[in-house]
Design a binder for this molecule. Structure first.
Ligand code: ADP
Ligand code: MG
Ligand code: MG
Length: 883
């Protein structure tokens, strides 16, 4: 088996499409080499070795060693050097690289191959003692941490002691001799921690680092990240070994990161940060404040330090060319890592850049307009669920602002919450429903759970590409980074701003759009949906086949639905119209009635209220279809529970409270979910369906008159399992329609259909379709009844099922294609066989889930219906499903 793939000198054994085998980083390094870009030579150990390693008690394939030796040889040949040879010193980096990018999850070791002997060779070779010892101390710290498991802080402590001793502010102030002393202290530290000296043999170092990369695949950080992002453990990581280039060789050297377009706004302009005389992670770690790449960015940010454009114009010009070439090649915005060694540019990484939703929309629209991608591709580039971010509130521009600090606008949106200083606190408070802002000097992968739990993130150190900024953008969380004027004291639990002290628990607000940090809570406002958003939506609408409707019953929901582009109401749950103080009393009277007469009296009170609701709904949705479901839930949901409530109802009904209590008990059910509900209610109490039908038809006639547009109500009978149930209820509806239309002299079209939410209904869809003019798949209940799982009780075991790998996904979130989906498919096919034009839709929560929407497209449903706020998501997902 070939375990090792080499790259360098304009050639590579792998390519970008080998991502599964070489990991993202390795595949793209190979691709960049083949494109003729300046990439230090190296090789990639495949993800298959990782898989082998874990299925063979953490051992390697026997021929791996030999292949690595050959690749080292080749790398040395290209670099004109030799690994482990002090005469022609070759140092390497060892970098992990999984298939899916896992930022910060795996650790990289730089300057590998240095030891007490080779450090002298490096000094001689480069003519720079300071550089050599700086590199060695970095190597010992990284290797000590990543491979030997010694805490970073152990080294940082030594470093800050030395800094203090010399009275320095910055690492760059150390002299060669002082670094040499630090190296001595580091080595002592290592020996005291691990009980043996720091490894001097370069090959031992190399295999130690390779092993550490493979081991890190299973470290808790990586495991958590994979769980949060649904990445299977079986994918494994690759290891990249690459010749070092040095950004820390003095003032003509530098290291940096860049995006080919602005990852926050999407603006088409090179965007990034760099540091002179620095190495690797210095930029993202926020050790010094990085400098902007371009003059334009420098002017905009008001930075007093020179841009790369100014400081190293030649290297900058080359970099601009490379960035252009890579973006055009990958046809997407790229996230780049580079190092400049004594004026020469080297590329170390390229990948598709993470971006905010706003930026994603702008980039997709711009690239389509530039002709780089098609409109279909543009539509497919947007993660539907990410549109949620746009619906984030922003600060009310007219509200007073008590600004206590300004940092960088690292991730948009605004958030208010209590200050917490530790990720654990954020998590704990979240469990109690308390909103928090996580305040840190800077964040690291250990803080991810807290970042998830917090409403927003505030750091006092680090730039736009710091860990906090990158992760927050990925999560769609507001973030302000590098608010340098704030002083955070974890031990005291305080944050000092302009002389004001804020404590844990105090409320602050952050504005990730401007970088402002504000005292107290600030009023927010709904976002204005940008031009790019509507462009993408327009394109999506041209592509998609399925219609998108909303589940709505209140005027507010209906208006929101229209604003977001809903093409009708797919589910109006009439019972929701009864859950308010004034109405529930009439509802209770109706339910608790002993006789039909009493019941009709109570229903007569409800009729005008229902009618008024429907008129308003029809008016708002003028010209669009509205599906109204007859009363569905078990009656006990409306029953009085406390003695007080019983007394109140008894009084209004003028009956004895004791008798009323008995009646309540009679109505008790053991399994209300499977009890007297849905169409069963209409069969037991036909007058309820009668009243609702009357309200619908009278409202439709009135609304048509008022709006001048025809109203076509679609009346939906819930929980049908037997076709004769539907025939029974349909007759009631038809009779009422006749009465209303005769009385008013109006004309009206209407449809009567049913929800398919019982397996029996799905299996007998051919006969049900004789009566039903439409089917709407009620996949919430259909999932419950297919699995035999009560959704309300599922919480106790579904998560366990997921953890133990019994199920992959919660079937109430993403439609179970194999089981529930099979029933949907049967019902759709058999329904159509009976009635060829039968309208088919879905109205469960799944109607807003992109994966479920793709399934609906496959079975050829006519529309999906979801909550109003998910309508844009559904429009986009429906378009992607149709692509
Ligand atoms: P991550 O996945 O965390 O970005 P990387 O492997 O990309 O980890 O590397 C971490 C840092 O080290 C980056 O800044 C990268 O540019 C730098 N680096 C990696 N390999 C080399 C090398 N061969 N020479 C110089 N710098 C390197
Ligand atoms: Mg990193
Ligand atoms: Mg990197």
């Amino acid at each position: 088996t070939k375990w090792v793939y080499s790259f360098g000198d304009g050639r590579a054994e792998g390519r970008a499409s080998d991502r599964n085998l070489l990991g993202g980083k390795g595949a793209n390094l190979a691709e960049m080499c083949s494109l003729g870009l300046p990439v230090p030579p190296g090789f990639t150990i495949t993800t298959e070795v990782c898989t082998y390693y874990y299925s063979n008690d953490r051992t390697y394939p026997t021929d791996l060693d030999q292949q690595v030796e050959a690749a080292l040889e080749e790398m040395g040949r290209i670099a004109g050097r030799r690994f482990g040879d002090p005469e022609k010193l070759l140092l390497v980096s060892v970098r992990s690289g999984a298939r899916a990018s896992m930022p910060g999850m795996m650790d990289t070791v730089l300057n590998l191959g240095l030891n007490d002997e080779t450090v002298e060779a490096l000094a001689k070779d480069s003519g720079d003692q300071r550089f050599a010892w700086d590199s060695y101390r970095r190597f010992i710290q990284m290797y000590g941490n990543v491979v030997l498991g010694i805490d970073h802080d152990e080294f940082e402590e030594i470093l800050s002691d030395e800094k203090a001793r010399h009275g320095y502010d910055l690492d760059t102030e150390f002299t060669a001799d002082q670094w040499r002393e630090v190296v001595g202290l580091y080595k002592e530290k290592v020996e005291s921690e691990i009980g043996r000296p720091f490894p001097q043999d370069p090959r031992e170092q190399l295999w130690g680092a390779i092993g550490a990369v493979f081991n890190s695949w299973m470290n808790p950080r990586a495991v958590t990240y994979r769980r949060l992002h649904d990445i299977p453990a079986s994918w494994g990581t690759a290891v990249n070994v690459q010749a070092m280039v040095f950004g820390n060789m003095g003032e003509t050297s530098a290291t940096g990161v860049a995006f080919t377009r602005n990852p926050s706004t999407g603006e088409k302009a090179l965007y990034g940060e760099f540091l002179i005389n620095a190495q690797g992670e210095d930029v993202v770690a926020g050790i010094r404040t990085p400098q902007p790449l371009t003059e334009k960015a420098r002017l905009e940010s008001g930075s007093d330090k020179p841009s790369l454009e100014k400081a190293m114009p030649e290297a900058f010009a080359t970099f601009v060319e490379v960035a252009k070439k890579l973006e055009a090649h990958y046809r997407d915005m790229q996230d780049l890592e580079f190092t400049i060694e004594r004026g020469k540019l080297w590329m170390l990484q390229t990948r598709s850049g993470k971006r905010t939703t706003r930026a994603a929309l702008k980039i997709a629209v711009d690239m389509a307009n530039e002709g780089l991608i098609t409109r279909e591709e543009a539509v497919c580039r947007i993660e539907p669920a990410s549109l949620d971010q746009l619906l984030h509130p922003t600060l009310d521009p007219n509200a007073p602002r008590d600004i206590i600090a300004t940092g960088l606008p690292a991730s948009p949106g605004a958030a208010t919450g209590q200050i917490v200083f530790s990720p654990d606190e954020a998590e704990e408070l979240k469990a109690h429903g308390v909103k928090t802002i996580l305040v840190r000097v800077e964040t690291s992968p250990e803080d991810i759970h807290g970042m998830h739990a917090a409403e927003g993130i505030l750091t006092t150190r680090g730039g736009m590409t710091s860990h906090a900024a990158v992760v927050a953008r990925g999560m769609g969380k507001p973030c302000v980074s590098g608010a340098g004027s704030l002083r955070v004291d974890y031990r005291e639990g305080t944050m000092v701003a302009l002389g004001r002290t804020f404590r844990k628990g105090d409320i602050i607000t952050i504005d990730g759009g401007t970088g402002q940090v504000l005292a107290g809570a600030v009023p927010m406002q709904e976002p204005a949906l940008s031009g790019d958003f509507s462009t993408i939506m327009e394109w999506a609408d041209q592509i998609r086949r399925m219609k998108v409707r909303a589940n709505a019953e209140t005027p507010l929901d209906a208006r929101t639905a229209r604003k977001f582009g809903a093409e009708g109401i797919g589910l109006c749950r009439t019972e929701h119209m009864f859950f308010n103080d004034e109405r529930i009393l009439a509802m209770r009277e109706m339910i608790l009635s002993d006789t039909e007469e009493q019941r009709r009296a109570a229903l007569a009170k409800l009729l005008p209220m229902q009618r008024a609701d429907f008129i308003e709904l029809f008016e708002i949705m003028a010209g669009l279809p509205v599906t109204i479901r007859l009363l569905d839930p078990p009656l006990h949901e409306f029953l009085p529970k406390t003695d007080e409530e019983i007394a109140e109802v008894a009084k209004s009904m003028d009956v004895n409270p004791k008798r009323l209590k008995e009646r309540t008990e009679e109505l008790h059910e053991f399994n209300p979910m499977l009890g007297n509900r849905g169409c069963r209610l209409a069969v037991s109490y036909p007058e309820i369906a009668e009243m609702q039908a009357r309200a619908i038809f009278e409202a439709a006639v009135e609304a048509a008159k008022r709006t001048g547009q025809p109203v076509v109500p679609e009346i939906m009978v819930p929980l049908v399992g037997i076709v004769s149930e539907l025939s029974f209820v349909k007759k009631i509806i038809d009779d009422v329609a006749k009465q209303v239309l005769e009385a008013s002299g109006a004309k009206l079209d209407y449809l009567v259909g049913t929800m398919i939410e019982l397996p029996r209904a799905a299996l007998t869809a051919d006969s049900i379709a004789r009566e039903a003019e439409f089917f709407s798949f009620g996949t919430n209940d259909l999932t419950q009844t297919t699995f035999g799982i009560s959704r309300d009780d599922a919480g106790a075991f579904l998560e366990t099922y997921r953890k133990k790998g019994i199920i992959e996904q919660d079937p109430f979130i993403s439609l179970d294609v194999d089981g529930v989906g099979a029933l949907v498919k049967i019902a759709a096919e058999n329904g159509r066989a009976t009635r060829s034009g039968i309208k088919l839709g879905i109205c469960g929560e799944h109607g807003g889930d992109p994966a479920s929407i793709a399934f609906c497209e496959r079975v050829g449903l006519d529309y999906v219906s979801c909550s109003p706020f998910r309508v844009p998501i559904a429009r986009l997902a429906a378009a992607q499903a149709a692509c």
